[in-house]
Ligand binder design. Structure first.
Ligand SMILES: Cc1cc2nc3c(=O)[nH]c(=O)nc-3n(C[C@H](O)[C@H](O)[C@H](O)COP(=O)(O)O)c2cc1C
Length: 359
């Protein structure tokens, strides 16, 4: 099992609540956090992309620049920058990431996100495509990235992007076991699952219980098989590890009781542009409750809430269902990332070793 954490590069932390959060969105806090994380067993960090306030995140640092700053401040951490097709040209981004890859010894990665916050596109005077068209564009965008990273004289005649005999020099760093900078994919609707299966290296699921994740695993794996490919799975979860189950539950109760109601309501209105706007109404936030939305990626649903022992068991249960990586959020990032490395992670590794012995 691999672990990633959400970079808190937007204000307000990872929950839309007025509860105390000892987390800061600025550079110095995040630089120190990245160093703590790589020394606490985290292999990846994910920087989110946000151009306009939503879910109370009134201030935001740009994802690619912020990711590069964290790559330069660390030695082993791979940093994944979220990017929007439609706002980035894939050729410019491919070149940008190659440079970041060279500056970091082959640790740059991207999370291609198709967008749900209409105001970000409208505010920049860019067209807001209909839901499934956004994913058709994303498919071409990923094809372009991969082509530019692996081929010389790259050609693409797409509906959204065109390339003619394009060669990027230098190529990305040659890292054993990695064909090119890794391509993660965030999006959960039916068309998102098909697009990820056909094109992405990693599929990110919003927070889910075991069966909810299992359904997505099934659909995405099928789509990948049809395309003759393999894909790996990351699952979001908000972790509350405390000395007792009761204490952890009490923290969750307090987060929700102190929710910033107007911000959660505004977020609920905005996300109707996601999977809920499609004909089968499947996708991210389509069936989220008010409590779910207080963690804006449904992270409470994953149930990483309890003692370190309970959480480690649950991580292994998800591993059996096909999760390869956990993407984790916390209330007090620096403290809890360190605590994860000291208490939860050793238990996960023990359970994994036990599984391997009995297998
Ligand atoms: C783990 C994860 C991270 C995401 N990060 C971002 C982000 O940083 N910025 C963004 O605009 N959307 C982000 N998204 C949202 C997706 O791009 C997409 O809009 C959302 O999943 C809705 O998908 P659907 O329309 O397929 O249901 C993320 C999604 C997931 C699952």
């Amino acid at each position: 099992m691999k672990f990633a954490y959400w970079v808190p590069n937007v204000s307000g932390g990872l929950v839309v609540s007025t509860i105390e959060q000892r987390t800061h969105w600025g550079y110095e806090y995040n630089r120190d956090l990245a160093r703590i994380a790589e020394n606490s067993g985290f292999e990846y960090a994910l920087t989110q992309v946000r151009y306009a306030a939503s879910y109370g995140a009134s201030e935001q640092h740009e994802s690619t620049a912020f990711s590069l700053s964290l790559l330069l401040a660390t030695e082993r951490l791979k940093v994944i920058a979220a990017v929007h097709p439609g706002l980035w040209h894939p050729g410019v981004l491919a070149k940008w990431i190659i440079t970041a890859d060279h500056l970091s010894g082959g640790r740059a990665a991207v999370n291609v996100v198709s967008g749900w916050l209409k105001q970000e596109f409208v505010g920049f005077g860019e067209p807001w495509l209909e839901h499934d068209e956004r994913y058709r564009r994303t498919g071409e965008f990923i094809q372009a990235l991969r082509g530019l990273w692996t081929e010389q004289g790259f050609d693409l005649r797409g509906d959204f992007y065109r390339f003619h005999d394009a060669t990027l020099r230098p190529a990305p760093v040659d890292v054993p076991g990695r064909a090119h900078p890794e391509i993660f994919f965030g999006g959960n609707s039916t068309v998102a699952r098909a697009t990820a299966g056909a094109h992405a290296d990693w599929y990110f699921s919003n927070g889910k219980d075991l069966d909810g994740f299992g359904e997505q695993y099934h659909d995405v794996t099928d789509a990948a098989k049809t395309a003759g490919r393999a894909i790996r799975f990351g699952l979001n979860g908000f972790m509350i590890a405390r000395d007792s189950q009761a204490e952890a539950r009490e923290t969750l109760r307090e987060i929700v009781a102190k929710a910033d109601r107007p911000a959660v309501d505004g977020f609920r209105d905005a996300v109707r542009q996601a999977g809920a706007s499609t004909s089968d109404k499947k996708g991210m936030w389509a069936d989220s409750t008010y409590e779910d939305l207080v963690q804006y990626n449904d992270g409470f649903r994953t149930g990483l809430i309890g003692t370190p022992e309970e959480i480690a068991e649950r991580i292994i249960a998800f591993k059996r269902r096909g999760v390869n990586l956990f993407l984790l959020g916390y209330l007090h990032f620096q403290e809890e990332v360190q605590q994860f490395g000291a208490t939860v992670l050793p238990l996960v590794r023990e359970l994994e070793a036990e599984e391997a012995r009995t297998a």
